[in-house]
Every structure is written in C-alpha cells, then in structure tokens.
Design a protein around this ligand. Structure first.
Ligand code: HAX
Length: 425
C-alpha cells in the first residue's frame, strides 16, 4: 500500500464514523430554510453539500484545508494535491512518493493523441479535453474494482489510483491539445528524470523556456485547484460520481460545466475585455479614460468582466497572488498594466453605481493577461489551463466523498404549481 493510501486509510474510517455520529445526533435538526427564491436562484446560499477540501468565505476567500490560499503561493501543485486529499502538507518522503506515482502517467496514451488529432480542426479545446478523458475511461481501476464486487468501504482505494492518474495525465492531454489545435508542431514527450509536474507541463506545452513562465504555471495550478463544492464544475462532478460513475466520466462532465461562460470560460472573456480596452485607446489608457469607459459599459447595460463574485465580498486573494507575481517578476506588458489601472478605478465606479454586491476583482481579472504576457496568446485555450488545475480539487473532493460512502445525489423536483401550493401553506 502506498504512503498516500495508508494516510487516507485511517481517515476513511474516521470520516465514516464522524458522518454516522452527526446523523445520529443531529440528523433531523433543520440547518436552513429553503424559499422559492432559493429554488429559482440556483440554490445559492443553501448549505446542502459537504466539502471537506476547501472553503470560500465572503470576507477572506479561498482556504484549502483551512490554510488561506495566500499561504500556499510558494507551494507546488503536487503539494497542493496531497493537502487537498489528506488535510496536511506532505513531508519530503510523501512528496517524493506522490511525484513518483504521478510521473508514471505524464506521458499520455497514443490512442488519446490519435483521437485528438482526428477531431475537427475547429473543435473547442474544452470539448477536446473532455473527450480525451472519456477516451481514457477504459483505464479506470475504480470501474474494474466495482465490477469485481469490491465492498463499498474499499472502493475509494481504486478511486485514489484513478484520481492520481487522471491528475497526472491532464498536463500531457492539455499540452497535446495546445499543440494539435493551434498548429504548434509535434507532440513533446515529458522530461526524463524530472518528476516535477509544473516543469513537465511547461516542457510539454513548448511555449517558453523562461523560468518565470514555469513559475507562473506552478502558481496558476495551485491557485485554481479548488473552490469548495457548490460551483458548477465541482457540483457536477460530485453528482455524476455519486452514481458510482468513475472519475473519467465524472471529471469529463465537470469540465463540460467549466466550459460555460458564466464559470470557467470567464477568464477568456476577461482578457478579451482587456484587449478591447487596448484597441479602443490604441494602447494603455489613462485612469480617467478607463473610468469613462467603465461608465459607458455600465450605462449600456454591460458588466465589467473580472469584477464581482457570487460569494466573495473582497478582492479575490488569487487576484492579489497574481498581482504579487507580476511585481516579483517585473512583468512589463500593456495588458498587465491595463489590469492594474482597471483595478485602481473600477471598484470605485462599481461602488458609485451601487448595483454589484462586490465591486472587487476576481481571479479571472488577472490570470489571462499573465498567460498572454509569457506567449500563450490563444484565448480559447485558457479554460483548459483552468481545467488542468481544477481537476485536482474535484478529484480530491470525489475521493473524500467516496471515503465517507456518500449517498447518490437526488434532490426532489417540484412543479411551479406545487411550489406555489407549498408556499401558500
Ligand atoms: N459589472 C457590472 N455589473 C455587475 C458586475 C460587474 N462586474 N457584477 C455584478 N453586477 C450587477 C449584476 O449584473 C446585477 O445586476 P442586475 O441586478 O441588473 O441583474 C447586480 O450587479 C447584482 O449582482 P451581484 O449579486 O453582485 O452578482 P451575482 O452574484 O449575481 O453575479 C457575477 C456574480 C460574477 C456573475 C457578476 O459579478 C458578473 O457578472 N461579473 C462579471 C463577469 C465575471 O467576472 N465573471 C467571473 C466570475 C468568477 C468565477 O466564478 N469564475 O469561475
């Protein structure tokens, strides 16, 4: 048994015992009221899900396993994945073992590359990403374990193997999509003798050899790794996996949700907005010009992309982390300068307008401009970058939920007439 399995083995029993204890002691206590506003409003704010891996609060933002994300900005994706899974940062031995396990899968199967090459040339990179995971479903150890009659308390063990392989395969799949879809030349194989995930991702993408670019990829993969359980991609994955579908099915489904413009695709749209500002003013505009342009958009009924959030009520700490990266690496780029000027102006404009509950920037306001600055200029690819990272959190959430034997998700749906009748009582 791997050290990771050993660490999780103890926790699986504890999680199941904790769940049982809570159900016995407070199983019938009401913890929230559900109104028709919630029913029509996407269930926002209804605490009806468990997520042990991370939390997002209005006044602070993301914490992974109770560690504020700003305290993890020097960490690697592998350390973050271990933290998401176990609740603790790995020691050297644990990290080396995890990297060894992951590195076996950095090279993706040839049939996945063949399938990606066969897809129509105008396929969206997110459709390619999701299709690649479905093609790999045949590799699932979880499905084989289920088919072999493995008991429900043991099923999570094969899910850990699938989750690790899937997380390790994502950089290679993403890099293959990048190179095939944007005519970048041959597929680049992973590095020999280097188990570091971000180094391998940078190498296989073939965008730049700049050490700062590698550092950006590392940071990007850490910052986007998880955002609790109720967002579209995490929730979708949870629902699909609750039917005991294996993670190739569940995470492919998550990624289809991430591809939506109200969710993961927003980062692509934010950069589009920044570029439109640059085009309109023929370069970096003054703060006064940005103020006027922001008002023009608001008066025309358009949003300012990259600002506002459904949960956060402060500047997204992940925006701050990217800002600190840009300063540390002295990134001299028009788009990055525009991002910074917008930040100086737009919160004041949105506050003055008084509609947005949160006038502060979210992570998407920064991320695309940095990818662009280092040479990844293909906007359509940005949500794939997001997906490579988010697969870690979604896989970890699924594993933890399977460790505690979570139930199939099956809320009750009602007609609008039934809703009206219930409210009338
Ligand atoms: N610009 C202009 N108006 C905004 C705004 C913005 N950035 N953010 C919110 N508002 C408006 C809303 O459109 C809404 O107007 P109406 O009452 O006329 O419908 C009003 O303020 C209240 O909205 P809210 O409660 O503050 O915000 P929501 O929870 O409804 O929506 C959004 C949150 C992130 C969707 C919203 O702030 C928005 O559209 N922002 C711009 C797009 C964006 O940055 N998306 C990325 C989100 C990050 C993410 O989750 N990525 O995965």
């Amino acid at each position: 048994m791997s050290i990771l399995h050993q660490a999780l083995n103890e926790q699986a029993a504890q999680l199941r015992a904790k769940k049982k204890g809570l159900l016995e002691s407070i199983g019938d206590v009401s913890i929230a009221e559900v109104t028709p506003g919630h029913v029509f409003g996407g269930m926002r704010g209804v605490p009806a899900l468990i997520c042990e891996t991370s939390t997002v609060s209005a006044d602070e933002g993301l914490r992974i396993r109770n560690i504020p994300i700003m305290e993890l900005t020097d960490r690697t994706p592998e350390e973050t994945f271990w933290l998401l899974l176990t609740g603790k940062l790995p020691n050297e031995e644990e990290l080396a073992e995890l990297q060894g396990i992951l590195a076996k899968y950095y090279e993706i199967p040839q049939y996945v590359i063949d399938m990606l090459k066969a897809m129509p040339k105008d396929s969206h990179p997110m459709a390619m990403l999701s299709a690649a995971l479905l093609a790999m479903e045949r590799e699932s150890e979880f499905r084989k374990a289920y088919d072999d009659g493995t008991g429900k308390d043991e099923l999570w063990k094969s899910l850990v193997n699938d989750g690790a392989r899937l997380v390790a395969s994502m950089p290679g799949i993403a890099a293959a999509i990048y190179r095939i879809r944007f005519n970048k030349g041959d597929i680049i194989k992973p590095l020999q003798g280097d188990n570091d995930l971000s180094n391998n991702f940078a190498h296989m993408l073939g965008v730049s050899n700049d050490p700062a670019w590698k550092d950006l990829l590392r940071l990007y993969l850490v910052l986007h790794s998880d955002h609790e359980g109720g967002n579209v991609s995490a929730f979708t994955g949870y629902v699909v996996s609750s039917a005991l579908s294996d993670p190739y099915y569940s995470i492919a489904a998550s990624l289809c949700g991430l591809a939506g413009p109200l969710h993961g695709l927003a980062n692509q749209e934010c950069l589009g907005f920044i570029m439109s500002v640059k085009d309109k003013f023929n370069g970096v505009p003054s703060e006064e010009q940005i103020r006027e342009y922001a008002w023009e958009r608001l008066n025309g009924g358009q949003v300012v992309p990259g600002y506002g959030h459904a949960v956060l009520r402060v500047t997204d700490p992940r925006f701050t982390a990217f800002h600190e990266f840009a300063q540390k690496h002295n990134v001299q780029d028009d788009n990055v300068q525009i991002v910074q000027r917008i930040f100086n102006v737009v919160p004041g404009v949105l506050t003055e307008q008084g509609k947005a509950k949160n006038p502060w920037p979210n992570v998407d306001a920064y991320s695309g401009s940095l990818l662009y600055a280092y040479g990844m200029t293909e906007f359509d690819f940005y949500t794939v970058m997001f997906g490579v990272s988010r697969a870690m959190g979604i896989a970890a959430q699924m594993i933890v939920m399977r460790m505690m034997n979570s139930s199939i998700v099956r809320p009750k749906s009602i007609t609008m007439d039934a809703l009206a009748a219930k409210a009338a009582k």
